[in-house]
Each structure stands twice: as C-alpha cells, then as structure tokens.
Design a binder for this molecule. Sequence first.
Ligand SMILES: Cc1ncc(C[n+]2csc(CCOP(=O)(O)O)c2C)c(N)n1
Ligand SMILES: [Mg+2]
Length: 262
Amino acid sequence: MSGIVVVFDFDKTIVDVDSDNWVVDDLGFTDLFNQLLPTMPWNSLMDRMMMELHSNGKTIEDIEEVLHRIPLHPRVIPAIQAAHALGCDLRIVSDANVFFIETILKHLGIREYFSEINTNPGYVNEEGRLRIQPCHDFNKASHGCSLCPPNMCKGLIIDRIQDSISQEGNKRMIYLGDGSGDYCPSLRLKERNFMMPRKNFPVWDLICKDPLLVKAEIHGWSDGEELEQVLLHLINKISMEENVHEQLIASDCKLQTLSVSA
Ligand SMILES: Cc1ncc(C[n+]2csc(CCOP(=O)(O)O)c2C)c(N)n1
Ligand SMILES: [Mg+2]
C-alpha cells in the first residue's frame, strides 16, 4: 500500500455523462423526467422513473444494456489501473446509485479496483423493478449540511473515511469530482490532501469564488487525458515525498546510533 487514498466521484468523473440522464434519455423518458423534476428531489424522482420504466415494459436487462454503452474517456480506465498498481486505495463517493455503478464497473472489468462504493442503495425487487433509495434517510433526520442535497452529504462520507484512515497512519487523500455535490467534501479536505476539480464544471466554479476556503492543494483537469496525467503526477509526487521522509527518519536513526556508540 502506498498510503494514498484516491476518492472518485462517478458521473462526469469516471464516466463522461450523468448515468441517471443517460438511462432516462436513452429509454425515451426525458419529457416525463423534466416534467416531474420541479416536483420532487432528484433521488426520489429516479426511483419514480424506474417505476415508470417498469410499468412501460422496460426490463432490468434493457437498463443494463443501456448502461453497458455509457460513454467514458479512453484514458480513464488506464488511469484507474495505474493508480491501483501503484498501491493506492481507490474508493467511490457518488450521488448516482449502486446498481448503475456496479453494472458499469463490472462490465468494464474494473469493479475489483475499488475497495468501497459509497452511494445511494439500489436493488431489483421481487417484481423485477429497480428501486432507488436515498443514501441518507432524510425522512428520519436531516444530515444537517446545507450545501448538500437531502439524500446525501459527500462531506460526511469524507469525514468518515478520514477518521478511519487516520487510525492506519499518516495517509494522504486525493479527491476527484465535477459537480456541486463535490464542493462540500472539498471544504473538508485537510492540508497535505489534494483536490482535483474538473475545470469549468460546477465544483470548479464554486471553488474559484473563494479558493482560500479549500485547505487541500488544488489541481484542475478537463478530460480523461488530463485526469490521468494529473493523478499519476500527484501519486508520484506524494510517493517521493513519503520516501524522502522515510529516508530522513532512517538516517536520523543512524545518526543517533552513531552518536550513542561514539
Ligand atoms: C442543478 C442540479 N440539479 C440536480 C442535480 C442532481 N444530479 C444530477 S446528476 C446526479 C448524479 C451525480 O452523481 P455523481 O455524484 O457520481 O456525480 C445528480 C444527483 C444536480 N447535480 N444539479
Ligand atoms: Mg459527478
């Protein structure tokens, strides 16, 4: 293990579109989606749309077939493979849903590179209909963050990951994202962490309003090619820093041994 945790957003970061829109549009339900959007939260609307698909005869296999065709930049998979080969712990934090994400990752053959997928639950019920539920049950209690949608605060998830990895030593984190939901986590990153916002996407615009609010080092990217270059550059940079640090500690130990024996 390299001591680096890389957290990926999914839609418009790993894949190049919003998976929700990709499915709804491809199966011909865009108009109904747009009509209902002003009336309910996005996450509840996706559950409703899955009901509409089911009652109009669209099967799970139809949805899977659409997901298998989702567009992604050709350098994204090599970037993920390289980061994994360099020993990074890769995780996903996404406001899509577990059914879409796992279907896509398994089809691409990259599911096993990720140690954890934090997202909205999704499962196929006994009628063969896909149910999509909120990551955070806002009917019970609010998550209390005003920056995030009611069903998911990505910042809370980042806090939890940071708490759990702080017990494993001095790990460094790199976060990649594009959307407004990725702004809250960017504010929770600490010094010695890295934020990789997608240039000219909502999280980039939010960060640019007051970049000093972000304690992490900011490195933008605009497409899969730049994602790969910037990510691998940061992993190398961190690895070299950590190596130098270890060598300093080792040489310090040697010096102490010498001075004790002298
Ligand atoms: C203005 C506006 N209205 C609605 C939404 C909702 N939304 C759009 S795509 C998506 C999935 C994001 O997945 P991921 O977290 O993997 O990028 C969500 C929750 C939004 N982002 N912005
Ligand atoms: Mg996104």
